[in-house]
Design a protein around this ligand. Structure first.
Ligand SMILES: [Zn+2]
Length: 288
């Protein structure tokens, strides 16, 4: 499914193009995902305390299935948008959205982060992991990087099927559960521990979906600085946008578009920020 050019341009003009919004990466996927594993298995793997039980799909549908949403965007109840500090600390986050046109890996970007020892949080979609098993294993083994959940089919998180950038969102509470839980289970199996953070495909969510994510014991992370405009920015735009990020920012960029301006822009911005006294953290290190 492709967004119209008009839609994309309108989003750019509004400065809102964020998650995997470039025209070449707007495929919502749509392939049938495997059945979710038993909730008991997820609960055991997560080792969550009894006070924070992992909900089953049926429980999510029962509790949230009849609720109507009141908001749509990058925020919502429980949504983390920054590090809640004005200290010179920045969390760089990179999405890997997967799907047609979105399953590459920006090795120049990753190589730069390694050379300069810049910690980062990598939000990986289930389809991207499937397309890059060896790269995934390498990244997952590096303490410099924290792995987070970027959804199963890369869908905007809605309980009414609302769209973002031409991608139809999840249609109900059960599909919200599936979008989060299936990749959560995959990552838990691959990493040995559950990822702590979830960001929807396109980063859009409604308030009911945000509540579901929190009830599933995940933290839904949005962003405060749109660093690469859905991997559409030139290197200069990425450099100027990221360099201007204030302390406490969560910067959203992409690691799945090697031909974009992201790697060059980040490589130009990071030394400037370091020279100004900023340091970089993974989300787990920057959020209480
Ligand atoms: Zn994405």
């Amino acid at each position: 499914m492709m967004a119209s050019r008009r839609t994309v341009l309108a989003a750019l003009a509004a400065g809102a193009l964020a998650g995997c919004g470039r025209p070449g990466a707007l495929t919502a996927g749509g392939q049938a995902a495997p059945a979710p594993p038993p909730a008991a298995r997820i609960r055991a793997l997560r080792a969550v305390p009894p006070s924070a039980p992992v909900l089953t799909r049926a429980q999510v549908v029962a509790r949230y299935g009849d609720l109507r949403p009141h908001s749509w965007g990058f925020g919502g109840p429980g949504v983390v948008r920054d590090l809640s500090t004005t200290r010179r600390v920045i969390a760089l986050t990179f999405d890997a959205c997967g799907g047609r046109g979105g399953s590459a890996c920006d090795q120049a970007l990753i190589g730069f982060l390694r050379r300069r020892e810049v910690p980062a949080t990598l939000f990986l979609n289930s389809r991207w992991i499937d397309a890059n098993p060896a790269v995934f294993r390498q990244l997952a083994g590096e303490p410099l990087f924290e792995i987070a959940n970027h959804g199963t089919r890369h869908l905007p998180l809605s309980v009414t099927g609302r769209s973002a950038y031409g991608i139809a969102g999840t249609r109900n509470a059960g599909e919200v559960y599936d979008e989060v839980a299936r990749n959560q289970a995959k990552l838990t199996r691959l990493l040995g521990v559950p990822p702590r953070f979830f960001r929807p495909g396109t980063a859009y969510c409604d308030d009911v979906a945000a509540r579901i994510v929190t009830a599933m014991a995940d933290r839904l992370v949005s962003f405060s600085v749109n660093g690469d405009g859905g991997a559409t920015f030139t290197p200069g735009q990425v450099r100027s946008t990221v360099t201007a990020a204030p302390g406490g920012s969560i910067v959203l960029c992409h690691m799945n578009h090697p031909g974009s301006g992201t790697a060059q822009g980040i490589a130009a911005a990071v030394p400037r920020l370091m020279a100004a006294g900023y340091r970089f953290v993974r989300l787990s290190d920057g959020l209480r």
